[in-house]
Design a protein around this ligand. Structure first.
Ligand code: AMP
Length: 216
């Protein structure tokens, strides 16, 4: 049966950074709903144009649109052994939809690590975040700077600051997480899948804690 890992936690907690590393170590595909929306936006697809109106405001894209996009992505062959899900699900409706999609694809959610950091740390991290244009590698101007300013260490593409990483939008995104995504913690706790991970540590230590949790 295919193995799916759902990474939970508010924006800025390190899900994207950790998902990329975990994906390399476990050889499971990394599926980021935010990256999929941004890719659609870059290619100016109808989906991208629709998503943009929500993304710039820091709101969630409607469930039906998001679920359709993820369903399509999970049906590709690189997900046949499973995937690390980063940013999806974000509502209980999406979590229910994921259950039925995985049933159809003969997979299941095996573990749901929730990464926890202090709220003031999130704002600090997001306002110093630099993202690579080519494939979404993430750096932090203060705590994890790229070797060369403005260039990605991995593929030398330009680094940019996301439109929704401005102070006002960041605060709203955290609020949206509290209102709409927090119920997922009890959703997965009740199903015996939740594992809490302390995210206030260096990247490598958080990765180690995640790998330990996945082995169990
Ligand atoms: P992220 O890169 O995960 O911070 O996502 C960026 C933006 O994409 C979010 O603020 C939402 O507007 C949208 N988005 C990403 N994932 C989802 C999701 N699962 N449900 C609804 N909207 C999402």
């Amino acid at each position: 049966m295919a193995t799916f890992i759902v990474l939970l936690g508010p924006p800025g907690v390190g899900k994207g950074t950790q998902a990329k590393i975990l994906s390399e170590r476990t050889r499971l595909a990394h599926i980021s709903s935010g990256d999929l929306f941004r890719e659609n936006l870059k290619n100016q697809t109808e989906l991208g144009k629709l998503a943009q109106t929500y993304m710039t405001r820091g709101e969630l894209v409607p469930d039906d649109v998001t679920i359709g996009m993820i369903r399509d992505r999970l049906s590709r062959s690189d997900c046949k052994n499973g995937a690390i899900l980063d940013g999806f699900p974000r509502t209980p409706t999406q979590a229910d939809a994921l259950e039925s999609i995985l049933e159809e694809f003969n997979g299941q959610v095996d573990a749901v690590p929730v990464i926890v950091v202090a709220e003031n740390e999130l704002i600090e991290r997001l306002s110093n975040r630099w993202t690579c244009r080519a494939s979404g590698h993430i750096f932090n101007g203060k705590t994890n700077p790229p070797k060369e300013v403005g260039k990605c260490d991995f593929d030398a593409s330009d680094l940019y600051q996301r439109d929704d990483d401005t102070a006002a939008t960041v605060k709203h995104r955290i609020q949206v997480y509290m209102n709409q995504s927090l119920p997922l913690i009890s959703y997965y706790r009740e199903r015996g899948k939740l594992v809490e991970i302390d995210g206030m540590r260096p990247i490598e230590e958080v990765t180690q804690a995640l790998m330990d949790a996945l082995k169990k």
